[in-house]
Design a protein around this ligand. Structure first.
Ligand code: ADP
Length: 546
């Protein structure tokens, strides 16, 4: 059917289609009763004209019913045909005093539906013409006839007007509703686009905890491609707290008064891997629901963030700060105690130089220890901040000699021999000089520290493009169980020989961090009481390629 007019709606077109079939049939039946004299009329023409009118009524109404018009022209022609037939019927069959005159209202309505105000005006005009024609064609019917026609005219026009006002106001309401639906759809699309572009997961549920909206980031976070729609939040997000106690998220949502943020919840994937989640949730409160249904909310919004990395870093940092402050406290207390003793002793006449010297030595020893620790910490901080991340071309042989020269005196002082064992050709490595030097220095100082007699060998060998730096000693060695722990921060072996020496327990922890920065791993081979070898491998580069 041609969809014409501003007030066209599919349902009205359907009503008109059926009315267009049945009303003419009723008119034909009613006219037939007049024809045979059962109902009286003062307008009836001869039988031939009556049947001609009936024939065209039936024909037009069946065509209109079976072949709905598809163009504006076809609708206009059909409406004209209906108007002409209705006019003929009123003028030559029933007269305007018949109750059937009210059917013209339907013609006015149909004209308005298909051709808006223009159709409406033309239909009313047509009726006025019919009234005039009726008065001219049947003057002998007297004053009563004139009064009847005028009343019919007023009745039709006023009824049509009222009906049209009503349908018009309904049209306004309908188009307002359509507009508001469009606005709502647009608003929803906007919100969906917005949340789909967020990097945090967003899930919205109804007040029963059933998921209604979610974004792509939430699927990423939960590592799934399945639709979450229609599923309960508890089944999608089973979470546990830090004590491994399962948390009923829906219960938590129901308790929420304003906005709640929790970062102590863990979520486990099907393969057992766990992530730490930060959940921010709040209730959706709409005035409409509160006023109409007395409901306190319309569901919930949950924002999800994977904070696994941030949390583990934060926890590691907190632990580190607490351990460092603990480790610093002991030497500081001892140094402070020794120096207070010195102060007291100085005012005492019986105190010997030796006693003073011992106390000062003790304080000095602790301060040296503290300075080592601060050095280690600053190396660690440099490595973590990536201050010396830039690589440079390092001459391996030159580096090995430098290390040897730096530490041979220290070794000699302990009656140890520091040997240098180098391959004939060594070449270059491309690495951060600071990191590499600090790492190797750590191996060498440890070897000197933990060896009472024998030799320390700095062996640098090159094979198949890989250079191996190894520091081998004949020292106290490291037990198998300690070998797994020596890279932990502040770890020192319980071995009494280790405890005899000063140390922070940070050296190898820092070395492991530096190795990580250099993209290599530290290998340890050690046997208790026989000695240890610490080594690293680096690829050799040609001088040109660096
Ligand atoms: P520190 O030497 O300050 O104690 P490190 O982190 O350098 O700390 O070393 C951790 C521990 O590993 C040492 O306390 C020691 O027990 C062990 N260790 C490291 N190097 C050697 C070595 N060459 N020989 C024996 N033990 C070693």
């Amino acid at each position: 059917m041609y969809k014409g007019g501003s007030s066209y709606v599919a349902s009205s077109a359907k009503i008109i289609r059926y009315a267009g079939l049945f009303i003419p049939l009723i008119l034909v039946a009613y006219g037939s009763l007049m024809q045979v004299g059962i109902i009286s009329t003062n307008h009836m023409v001869n039988a031939t004209s009556f049947f001609a009118i009936c024939f065209w009524w039936v024909y037009v109404s069946i065509v209109q019913f079976c072949l709905p018009s598809k163009t504006a022209l076809a609708s206009a022609l059909r409406l004209i045909a209906y108007h002409l037939l209705a006019a003929a019927y009123l003028l030559f069959v029933s007269g305007l005093d018949s109750p059937l005159v009210s059917c013209w209202i339907l013609l006015i309505l149909a004209s308005q539906i298909y051709f808006s105000k223009r159709g409406l005006r033309l239909s009313i005009l047509a009726f006025i013409l019919v009234v005039i024609a009726d008065l001219l064609l049947w003057p002998e019917l007297g004053i009563n006839h004139v009064i009847t026609d005028v009343i019919a005219l007023i009745a039709i026009v006023s009824t049509a007007y009222v009906t049209l006002r009503i349908t018009h106001s309904q049209d306004i309401a309908h188009s307002a509703l359509t507009r508001s639906k469009q606005q709502e759809a647009l608003q929803r699309d906007r919100i969906l686009t917005l949340i789909n572009n967020l990097t945090v997961g967003v899930i919205s549920t109804d007040r029963n905890g059933i998921i209604r909206v979610y974004n792509a980031a939430s699927l990423d976070l939960l590592d799934t491609n399945d639709s979450l729609n229609g599923q309960h939040i508890n089944s999608i997000l089973p979470v546990v707290d830090q004590l491994d106690k399962s948390i009923n998220l829906f219960d938590e949502l129901q308790k929420v008064k304003t906005v709640v943020k929790r970062d102590d919840l863990n979520y486990a994937f099907s393969d057992g891997e766990e992530i730490r989640l930060e959940l921010t949730y709040s209730a959706i409160r709409s005035n409409y629901s509160r006023q109409t249904k007395g409901e306190s909310n319309d569901g919930y919004i949950i924002i999800l963030r994977d904070v696994t990395k941030a949390k583990s870093l934060e926890e590691e940092r907190d632990e580190f700060v607490s351990v460092v402050s603990h480790e610093l406290r002991t030497p500081l207390t001892i140094a402070e105690g020794s120096l207070s003793n010195v102060q007291l002793m100085m005012s005492h006449p019986d105190i010997t130089q030796k006693m003073l010297g011992d106390a000062v030595d003790m304080a000095h020893e602790q301060i040296v220890f503290l300075s080592h620790m601060v050095n280690d910490l600053s190396t660690l901080s440099r490595a973590e901040r990536g201050v010396a991340d830039t690589s440079e071309l390092i001459d391996i042989r030159e580096l090995a000699h430098k290390l040897h020269d730096e530490y041979s005196d220290e070794a000699t002082k302990k009656n140890l021999q520091l040997n240098l064992d180098l391959s004939a050709t060594l070449g270059f490595v491309n690495a951060s000089r600071l990191y590499l030097e600090e790492l190797l220095q750590n191996f060498v100082t440890n070897s000197i520290k933990y060896t009472k007699e024998g030799t320390i060998t700095l062996r640098v060998k090159q094979k198949a493009g890989i250079v191996t730096f190894a520091v081998k000693d004949t020292g106290i060695g490291i037990s198998k169980s300690d070998q797994n722990k020596i890279f932990q921060k502040f770890y020192r072996s319980e071995d009494y020989r280790t405890r005899e020496t000063g140390g922070t327990g940070l050296g190898l922890y820092v070395a492991a961090k530096l190795a990580h920065k250099l993209g290599i791993t530290i290998k340890v081979i050690s046997r208790l009481n026989h000695g240890s070898t610490f080594s690293i491998d680096l690829p050799v580069v040609s001088k040109k390629s660096a």
